[in-house]
Design a binder for this molecule. Structure first.
Ligand code: ADP
Ligand code: MG
Length: 439
């Protein structure tokens, strides 16, 4: 369809081979974040790494840029192994990371100072980058005087000013409002397609499926826990692309299906969430939101089964919002998620049609049956004569399996679920669980 955008005979600029990465957690359980990651970035292409939050995308990008070493494996840029900050790459981050006390011009020049470029040349290159990226007239403004979109343009100018071979972008549009993000994407694509940027290829990290389809020649779909490339999708639609084009929608649907296929694969093992048994890391999704999704899918036009991309678009949710809800429903056996669809179970339909008391009762039954941590806490409370137990007891137990933050998040989730279902109570001030409302 297009001319030669994604030509497989283009030489590789970046190659990542068999990269694994662990984060040390102090305890016995290191966190495996990346496993056997292999990928190649070629000249003249935009490649997206598409994955959910926490899947290790930023970690991989930092490793490619030489900002940190991988635990194992090999990264090469331009045929040379990376073993420190790589001069051929520049990064753009989600948060703009500008120096507030420097002007736009000075913020852009900073990129060149480290390279020892002398002052006159620095200024010339910085002005050219500022002009290219649509910031002329703002040279002497300070970051606080700029909108988010303009600040991200400064971030881009600062990356481009060094004329890197490779531009690495880590969710560069996700802190911007919808319209600003779209303008910046379009401007960037125009510059790229017209060959006006002093770079040879782009790697874009994103959790937004449509953004990946809009911008990339190839999409690498990343799994979570641990992060790994599970699919490669070539997008040959010509630029500029139209989100409403049926061919575009088809690719989006296909990616949803691939990403939810992983969910089901993981669920058959130990739930979609990392860990097993009481050591499962749970997301904090409120019962209101869970009930809301069940009601929505139960009602017309869905009648119990919905296409996730369609639902995401109606509810204006991204995968990082929608997937944890769908997966929590799946964990609780209120839904099955497969092939990009969500289908409510009979219990969920009963829930959606039920009155408050019936809902609470159903939810409580499912919590006790399918969330091991809930049944564990409930058992401890049942067995103790006082029917009370301090939170610290369970926190310690959880921290054998997960970090302090995840333990906190997981307890937070089950406290709010159990409170709704009146499975047990929790006194925030005292930090104590109890059977205040034994059911
Ligand atoms: P993503 O960019 O896809 O959201 P990250 O690479 O930021 O993912 O993180 C992947 C996982 O590694 C997450 O579980 C995160 O909590 C963990 N992590 C990230 N950075 C560190 C760190 N410096 N130390 C320990 N754990 C980390
Ligand atoms: Mg990240």
């Amino acid at each position: 369809m297009t001319m030669t955008i994604s030509n497989p005979v283009e030489p590789a600029i970046v190659s990542v081979e068999n990269v694994r990465h662990f984060y040390q957690k102090g305890g016995a359980n290191d966190l495996l974040v990346l496993e056997n990651v292999d990928l190649i970035l070629r000249e003249n292409e935009i490649v997206s790494l598409l994955g959910r939050s926490g899947s290790g995308k930023s970690t991989l990008l930092r490793i490619i840029a030489g900002l940190m070493p991988a635990s194992a494996g090999r990264v090469e840029i331009g045929g040379r192994p990376v073993d420190g900050p790589a001069p051929e790459v520049a990064m753009v981050f989600q948060s703009f990371a500008l120096f507030p006390w420097l002007t736009v011009l000075e913020n852009v020049e900073i990129g060149l100072e480290a390279q020892g470029v002398h002052a006159a040349e620095r200024r010339k290159l910085a002005l050219a980058a500022i002009d290219l990226i649509g910031l002329d007239g703002f040279e002497s403004a300070y970051p606080k005087e700029l909108s988010g979109g303009m600040r991200q343009r400064v971030g881009l100018a600062r990356a481009l000013v060094v004329h890197p071979a490779v531009l690495l972008m880590d969710e560069p549009f996700s802190a911007l409002d919808v319209l600003t993000a779209e303008t910046l994407r379009t401007d960037l694509l125009d510059l790229w397609c017209e060959g006006r940027m002093p770079i040879r290829s782009i790697m874009l990290v994103t959790h937004n499926i449509e953004e990946a389809v809009l911008m990339s020649d190839r999409i690498l779909v990343f799994s979570s826990n641990p992060g790994r490339v599970i699919a490669e999708i070539k997008v040959t639609l010509p630029q500029p692309r139209n989100r409403l084009d049926p061919a575009f929608r088809q690719i989006v649907d296909d990616i949803y299906a691939r990403m939810t296929a992983r969910v089901v694969g993981a669920a058959s093992r130990d739930g979609a969430f990392p860990g097993t048994g009481i050591g499962m890391i749970l997301p904090h999704v409120s019962t209101n939101i869970l009930a809301g999704l069940m009601e929505t899918v139960n009602g017309p036009p869905y009648d119990g089964k919905a296409d996730l991309p369609a639902l995401a678009s109606v509810l204006q949710m991204e995968i990082d919002d929608l997937f944890p809800i769908a997966e929590t429903l799946q964990l609780l056996r209120f839904a099955e998620v497969e092939g990009g669809d969500i289908r409510l179970t009979d219990a969920a339909r009963k829930f959606a049609n039920g009155e408050v008391d019936e809902r609470k009762k159903l939810f409580g039954q499912h919590l006790l049956s399918y969330v091991p941590l809930v049944s564990h806490i409930r058992r401890v409370l049942d067995e103790r004569p006082s029917h009370k137990a301090p939170k610290a007891r369970f926190q310690d137990e959880l921290e054998d399996y997960m970090s302090e933050d995840y333990a906190e998040q997981t307890l937070h989730a089950i406290i709010s679920w159990a409170r709704y279902a009146e499975t047990f109570a929790y006194d925030e001030a005292a930090g104590v669980f109890s059977l205040e409302n034994p059911t």
